[in-house]
Design a protein around this ligand. Structure first.
Ligand SMILES: [Zn+2]
Length: 143
């Protein structure tokens, strides 16, 4: 057998810092969780010039479209992620940047449509899963 399972060769992304107060067991559990999470690069977003739907060298930063604590994992599971350059992700005009509101809103709008199309759901289904007025309520301090 030539094909080797490489899934255990990748380590969690360093930006996901592990709180130091955790016990060793908790840390290991957290690493496992993050690893699993990082393997999910499933994306249902339509292709666009504003982002990439696959991870590339240039578009190396994954952004969860609904990145607040309550919705981040749902975003990942549902494929509502995009890949951005460092600048588009964390720069001043990046989605988390101080001038990033427009891009943030745009991504959420596109994501809602993609989600309803892909899962054959209604706007109400969407609101049930991602909350009412998600765009307006969400703060820019997530990842
Ligand atoms: Zn992000």
């Amino acid at each position: 057998m030539i094909v080797k399972d490489l899934s255990n060769s990748f380590y969690p992304c360093p930006k996901n810092k592990i709180p130091t107060k955790n016990t060793k067991k908790e840390v290991l559990k957290e690493i496992k969780k993050q690893k699993k999470e990082l393997e999910l690069d499933f994306c249902i977003m339509p292709k666009s010039t504003k982002y990439s739907t696959v991870r590339t060298k240039k578009y190396s930063e994954r952004h969860e479209v609904f990145f607040s604590k309550a919705y981040r994992m749902k975003s990942i599971k549902d494929g509502l992620i995009v890949f951005l350059t460092e600048e588009m992700h964390r720069g001043d005009f990046g989605v988390h940047g101080k001038n990033g509101d427009k891009l943030n809103r745009y991504l959420k709008k596109v994501a809602q449509k993609a989600w309803m199309d892909y899962y054959k759901k209604t706007e109400e289904d969407f609101r049930k899963r991602y909350g009412k007025l998600t765009v307006d309520k969400e703060k820019k301090n997530g990842r």
